[in-house]
Design a protein around this ligand. Sequence first.
Ligand SMILES: Nc1ncnc2c1ncn2[C@@H]1O[C@H](COP(=O)(O)O)[C@@H](OP(=O)(O)O)[C@H]1O
Ligand SMILES: [Mg+2]
Length: 273
Amino acid sequence: MSDSLDHPLLLQIGLLARRAGEAIMTVYREDFDVEVKEDHSPLTAADLAAQKVIAAGLAQLDTVLPVVSEEASHSPWEQRQTWTRYWLVDPLDGTREFIKRNGEFTVNIALIEQGEPVMGVVLAPVTGELFVAARGRGTWWQVQDGAEWERIFTRELANPPVAAGSRSHGGMAETTMRRLLGEDYHLQPLGSSLKFCLLARGAADVYLRRGPTSEWDTAAAQCVLEEAGGAVLDLTGQPLRYNRGESLINPEFLAVGDTGIDWASRMREAGLP
Ligand SMILES: Nc1ncnc2c1ncn2[C@@H]1O[C@H](COP(=O)(O)O)[C@@H](OP(=O)(O)O)[C@H]1O
Ligand SMILES: [Mg+2]
């Protein structure tokens, strides 16, 4: 394993995320309107501006692959099932946090190969934090634009454990969390895919997601977490996989930093799924 980040495509995708982040910040600094989509989720000019930047950037790469993005029309399963590699994009994850202007939103670009996230880039535009990962190359963190790249790792389950959870969606499943982690755990609410990144840099231990998320919400951050030493497991203990059928909705999942623990048994004992 290399001790420096030497991966031209990954760095290129990181820069593309930064350009999308700049488009988002232009909207963030001004007044913006909020539309409500068909599925009742919010949409702003920032989601669309980031989508435009990313779609154009991916179309200019040497190898052009299909793209699935939250903010573009999706190819039907008949087409998608023939794909071996494609980009899976959430141009602005955490739109509710964007609207609240609390900074907890991200740009997410993943490369999926045979259903597995093999490259992932997650940018937090407000802080400028950028997380990038590629299969077999580790996870790297740039604390702001222009800073040194730092290799990051998950930590062993801490005592007391820290559980990251959604700030705006669903309850924190407290009874289940107590069964999983014991009475004495600390809860860290946070918007967007930043929850996975918190685990990836060893600042939290688990993130349990009950209720739906879409494939673009998790793919890039799953690669970031896996390459840092963690895992994203469905409630039976199997890693999340992508492009498996008509639906783009993920199963409920448990993201973990410490893979030396038998989470499948713990989940069963805690009454999950
Ligand atoms: N009912 C639902 N179905 C699908 N995805 C949902 C959902 N409720 C929330 N989400 C997803 O959860 C994401 C936000 O996660 P969190 O609450 O952890 O910040 C949203 O991302 P977007 O903001 O990109 O729409 C959205 O995709
Ligand atoms: Mg999202």
